[in-house]
Write a protein that binds this ligand. Structure first.
Ligand code: ATP
Ligand code: MG
Length: 879
């Protein structure tokens, strides 16, 4: 079976068992501060497992894109060096939310693996939880007995709490688990050592393929366990490992998932996979990392310098470095593998072909810029390693590693890798200290201390979402509310209070739209809300001062004028998105936005600078729709399938529930949770103020609407009026300015002419006043003259009197004195030197200078002694 067929067979098997097949959630996590990337199939079901949301079906199955490169699961160091850990991999999973439990989970796993896929049962081993005294838990005999129906007892192995008891976090759902392992060694090897002795022993041929988690307990805050009312089955099977087993391979990389990519890369590098272990590792690293990077970009996570973006940048750099060192790749190369990846995986993951061009563009740019610094960095690092070795050290200093990180963008793991290849270490502690110091410096002012939550009014809210705070701001800007709880947040620049209301019209910052501000008013007082943020779906109101009577009933009032401006700008981003697609093409995808009361920012994929004509066309289309005053149509809690039928635009990498909110203005239909104008007429007008590039393949438009456009027009108008009155209210401003420019040019050339005539006269006067000293013609004097003209005169004189000539001119221009000295060639031959002479004479005018033996100048400060200096020149010439 091919990889594609295996993926489909999993889905159809569980479909036949009554499971709803759901799509993979994005790999990049956006709404969970504890997690950057999806690292297991259960991530997207967290709310359901915690009981905060109801599942659309109690049986679900999917294949989930996972990335294990940070936090609790970090396999990065293994990847490429072993043959069964990847950064990005697919996890096949089936779930039961309060429906079936161990019996079905185990039987179906067996049925699928053995009956459907025909894996030899003799190669299979199952682990079960052995129990724990401290927890007061027995062995998971229930699971063991079910396994015993399929497997001989010596293929069922006890595992400890570490391996076989799964917990979501410090508190919450948890339970025992059973893993299925496959022994794929040769007959001879199996005869030598029984497989059961190699289970969970890091043997690359006896590996875990499937983990079945049986969540049946809830861990309380005091550490005790209680029974979970709705038990959960959560299984995860590594797709690449399954494919390898079925295709009879001993490495994930030998399957048809990776071979096509390896082939292209090996061809590019002019080598063959399987001939040189170092090159093989590099090939594995590259094809593995390629997938992680491409999927991350498709999910909207561009490489950057912070957080999730930096993780992606690090992965890319790791791959580039392997290609550079072991495969001789000196120019961007990974991006060239993208078409092959799309051909292989595009069917199952349509986000890949949809964004292929962007993915390639971003990767190529990232690679090239890293390669530029890589070469310098590697040289520098080699120097550091050699120096450390000479001193007999076993590691390089953390400070040096930090410099490499800071100035060359070398992630620590990369530096460590290069060092390790030369049997050197890195002082990680030192590195961390440097990093910390830098962070402290940057953050000093922003240090935060969180106080405990203080409950004011127990919340009896039983709204639809069961949330402690309900947002009522789509329909209201004023609403009666009670404070549920608050806490104090202390920062260096002062402290603020975070307040949660039971019902609130305040929109918390989210999806690019800034939070609302306003006031809370009670019968006793009025306090300001300076900002509103959103945390885990709840609006947090920021107050500088707590009310004296927090328990009172408040009227929560949003600053309406500001909100209306924000709404207009948010609606404008939708109209802009639509117009950009019309003008530039449907490849335009929103890649970010910022919506404030003052204006908006809209980032989108497009590969070249917009022309002024295109910008204007976009403005005209949007303005036309504003004039049409298209009313807002809003669909709240709308089934996602229906929304898709409406043609609503969703963002790649965004996670949507079953029910979504759709915002529609005529033909502009988008999934959106933000605040909008009641009709497009509220925008007044749009004006694009800038268009620029923010990353490879990503452009940014900044624009304003309504009052801000009015302000801009006022400023422009005032400017024009001032200009006109400056030009005596000339009727045709352009003609008048053009004429002024032409006149100015004409005058300038007249001035030039005048100046040169003046210089000519000066020259003649100087010649008239010339004296002879010992047969040498001495042309000298102090004149008001541009030094450039003095130079011209000197050269003209040299041409006119080729022999026995000394020119010594002192000129004053813009109140600055200059000395110009020139000698005829015969005098130079006699050993006289204009440069030396002028240097000496310049002392008299407190200056300095120099030049060649036949011509030299000097500037100075003192005009009064210019005449003396000229006399001195003649004296110094010793004629
Ligand atoms: P291992 O011990 O092999 O690292 P694990 O205990 O970390 O596996 P789980 O967290 O139980 O694995 O994940 C469920 C399944 O996902 C595993 O049985 C395995 O098939 C697959 N899997 C886990 N990590 C990776 C990885 N880095 N690359 C590919 N597949 C993986
Ligand atoms: Mg692991």
């Amino acid at each position: 079976m091919t990889a594609k067929e295996i993926r489909e067979s999993f889905k159809s098997f569980f479909e036949s068992k009554g499971h709803l097949i759901v799509p993979s959630a994005p790999m990049v996590v956006k709404d969970d501060p504890t997690l950057m990337f999806t690292n297991a199939g259960m991530n997207q079901f967290k709310d359901i497992i915690l009981g905060n949301a109801t599942p659309k079906s109690r049986r679900q199955a999917d294949t989930q894109k996972c990335l294990r490169v940070s936090g609790k699961h970090n396999d990065l160091e293994e990847v490429g060096h072993d043959t069964y850990h990847h950064t990005m991999f697919e996890m096949l999973g089936n779930w039961s939310f309060g429906d079936y439990f161990k019996k079905e989970a185990i039987s179906w796993a067996w049925e699928y693996i053995v009956d459907v896929l025909k894996i030899n049962p003799e190669d299979l081993y199952a682990t079960v939880f052995e129990g724990s005294k401290e927890e007061g838990l027995e062995r998971d005999n229930e699971a063991a007995q079910i396994w015993e129906q399929f497997l001989p007892k010596d293929h069922i192995i006890n595992g400890n709490k570490h391996d076989n008891f799964w917990e979501m976090g410090d508190t919450g759902p948890c339970g025992p688990c059973s893993e299925l392992h496959v022994d794929s060694r040769s007959k001879e090897e199996k005869a030598k050592v029984p497989g059961r002795e190699l289970v969970n022993k890091d043997d690359p041929q006896v590996i875990e393929i499937w983990n079945l988690v049986f969540m049946q307990y809830n861990r309380k805050a005091d550490g005790s366990l209680e029974g979970l009312p709705a038990k959960v089955i959560d299984t995860g099977m590594g797709f690449e490992r399954l494919v390898r087993t079925l295709q009879g391979k001993t490495s994930n990389y030998d399957t048809d998932i990776f071979q096509p990519l390896i082939k292209v890369m090996a061809d590019m590098a002019g080598c063959k996979y399987g001939e040189d272990e170092k090159k093989d590792i590099a090939l594995r690293v590259i094809v593995d990392h390629l997938r992680a990077i491409a999927f991350a970009i498709a999910d909207g996570q561009l490489p950057s310098n912070a957080k999730a973006g930096y993780v992606i940048r690090r992965i890319l750099r790791r791959a580039v470095r392997y290609g550079y060192t072991f495969l001789g790749q000196k120019e961007a190369f990974i991006y060239k593998l993208v078409p092959t990846l799309v051909a292989e995986m595009g069917d199952a993951f349509p986000e890949l072909p949809a964004q292929q061009k962007l993915i390639m563009k971003v990767m190529q740019e990232e690679e090239s810029s890293f390669l530029r610094t890589l070469e310098n960095g590697i040289k520098l690092l080699q120097g550091v390693i050699d120096e450390a070795k000479e001193k007999g050290k076993k590691e390089i200093s953390g400070e040096k590693a930090f410099t490499l990180f800071d100035t060359f963008g070398f992630p620590l793991d990369l530096t460590e890798l290069i060092c390790r290849e030369q049997e050197m270490g890195v002082d990680e502690k030192g590195f961390d200290e440097c990093m910390q110091q830098q962070k402290d410096r940057a953050r000093n002012a922003a240090q935060v201390q969180l106080g405990d939550w203080v409950v004011v009014n127990e919340n009896d809210n039983d709204n639809e979402n069961g949330s402690i705070s309900e947002f009522v701001g789509y329909d209201n800007t004023e609403y009666p509310a009670h404070i549920v709880k608050y806490r104090e947040v202390t920062q260096k620049k002062g402290s603020v209070f975070e307040v949660i209301l039971d019902k609130t019209p305040f929109y918390g910052e989210m999806g690019g739209e800034v939070g609302d501000s306003g006031v809370l008013v009670s019968e006793y007082e009025e306090v300001k809300v300076v900002d509103t943020k959103k945390e885990n779906g709840i609006a947090i109101h920021i107050l500088k001062k707590m009310p004296e009577h927090p328990e009172a009933e408040f009227m929560a009032c949003v600053d309406v004028e500001t909100r209306r401006a924000i709404e207009a700008n948010h609606t404008c981003t939708h109209l802009l998105d639509q117009a950009l697609r019309e003008v530039l093409g449907t490849h335009v995808e929103q890649k970010g936005s910022l919506v404030t009361a003052d204006g908006l920012r809209f980032d989108f994929s497009h590969f070249e600078k917009m022309t002024p004509e295109q910008i204007r066309e976009v403005e005209h289309i949007v303005n036309e729709r504003i004039r049409q005053n298209i009313p807002l149509e809003e669909f709240r809690d709308y089934p996602i399938e229906e929304a898709k039928k409406l043609g609503a635009i969703a963002l790649f990498g965004e996670k949507y529930g079953d029910k979504v909110r759709v915002v529609k203005f005529g033909d502009s239909v988008e999934f959106c949770g933000g605040c909008h104008a009641k009709s497009t007429g509220c925008l007044g007008m749009i004006r694009i103020t800038s268009e620029s590039s923010i990353a490879a393949g990503i452009r940014r438009i900044e624009a304003i609407t309504g009052k801000e456009v009015e302000n801009l027009f006022d400023i422009t108008q005032d400017f024009m009026n001032n200009l006109r009155s400056l030009l005596n209210n000339a009727p045709d401003l352009m003609a008048t300015i053009k004429k002024a420019i032409a006149e100015n040019k004409e005058l300038q050339s007249q001035v030039e002419e005048f100046k040169s005539q003046n210089a000519k006269k000066l020259k003649e006067t100087l010649i008239e006043k010339a004296r002879e000293v010992n047969g040498v013609k001495v042309v000298s004097g102090v004149v008001p003259l541009d030094p450039q003209l003095a130079k011209d005169i000197a050269f003209q004189l040299r041409a006119q009197f080729p022999e026995s000539l000394l020119v010594a001119i002192g000129s004053v221009y813009n109140e600055k004195p200059t000395l110009t000295v020139s000698l005829s060639d015969d005098l130079v031959k006699d050993g006289k030197n204009a440069g030396q002479i002028v240097r000496e004479a310049a002392k008299l005018i407190q200056g300095g200078g120099g030049g060649q033996p036949h011509f030299a100048t000097a500037g100075g400060k003192n005009c009064d002694d210019l005449k003396t200096a000229v006399t001195k020149i003649i004296e110094l010439a010793k004629l």
